[in-house]
Write a protein that binds this ligand. Structure first.
Ligand SMILES: Nc1ncnc2c1ncn2[C@@H]1O[C@H](COP(=O)(O)OP(=O)(O)OP(=O)(O)O)[C@@H](O)[C@H]1O
Length: 238
């Protein structure tokens, strides 16, 4: 990563997109404290990752692209574990609702090793939502989900933003991510080429189709040296 800077306001869903190797996963893993930056300042929901990493972790939920569940624990065990680790109160009704919406109710007593790839993904998403975090960092969350689950995911991600959370969704599924995002962070080779409202990106770079796909192809095809002019904000990463 090379001097990247972007911000995503609370209540927004931002698409984090870019070609393979652009640095999306590295960015997300740095934001949630798994990787340590060699320099720079990261602020999550008013907490500094440098000065108060525990507070950042408390406020942030991360769903990796291949969620590491505990193979011998059931879906219910995972929910109880999250509730206990984060000292959640009155979480059971919300857990029931989330399991119902993601079609996991029948699987609540199944151990993780007996779940399909998509079901594991849904368990990880439900565990993240259960905490009602200020920030959701979701790495390729729609990969492996069936169409009803993708629809649920899109609805629920919007609901998370509506309650005030900041959501960052890394995805290559531009058509799907476009439906749910109102903000864009576009990366290539460790640099941020654009960050700002999706509508602004569409107006500037969307061409006749006004689509995220067109924005993606136009910006990632540009030479790196002109990247500064695409950045709509230059605030510290928050
Ligand atoms: N564990 C690692 N050790 C060394 N280099 C790594 C490691 N993980 C990723 N990289 C390198 O960091 C760069 C960014 O990788 P990253 O996984 O963040 O990209 P990405 O945008 O998420 O890619 P993709 O779309 O393929 O998932 C790549 O050049 C990659 O080779």
């Amino acid at each position: 990563m090379n001097s990247i800077s972007f911000d995503v306001p609370a209540g927004r869903v931002a698409a984090l997109v870019g070609p393979n190797g652009a640095g999306k996963t590295t960015t997300i893993r740095t934001l949630c404290g798994i990787l340590s930056p060699t320099a720079g300042e990261l602020n999550i929901a008013d907490a500094s990752l440098n000065n108060d990493p525990l507070e950042v972790k408390r406020r942030t939920a991360y769903v990796p692209d291949d969620p590491p569940l505990f193979d011998s624990l059931t879906v219910d065990d995972h929910l109880r574990f999250v509730a206990s680790a984060y000292r959640l109160s009155e979480w059971e009704t919300y857990a029931d609702e989330l399991c119902e919406r993601f079609d996991l109710t029948e699987k609540r007593h199944t151990i993780a090793s007996g779940l399909s790839r998509g079901m594991r993904q849904k368990v990880a998403i439900v565990c993240a939502y259960l905490r009602r975090p200020d920030v959701l960092l979701l790495d390729e969350p729609m990969t492996g989900l069936d169409p009803p689950s993708i629809r649920r995911f899109k609805e629920t991600v919007r609901e998370q933003a509506d309650r005030g959370a900041t959501v960052l969704v890394s995805s290559h599924l531009l058509l799907l991510v476009e439906d749910v995002c109102d903000h864009l962070v576009l990366m290539r080779r460790g640099e941020v080429l654009f960050h700002g409202p999706l509508q602004q990106a569409r107006e500037q770079f969307g061409g006749d189709t006004n689509s995220l796909e067109e924005v993606f192809f136009r910006l990632t095809a540009e030479p790196e040296s002109t990247s500064d002019e695409f950045t709509s904000h230059a605030d510290p990463l928050t």
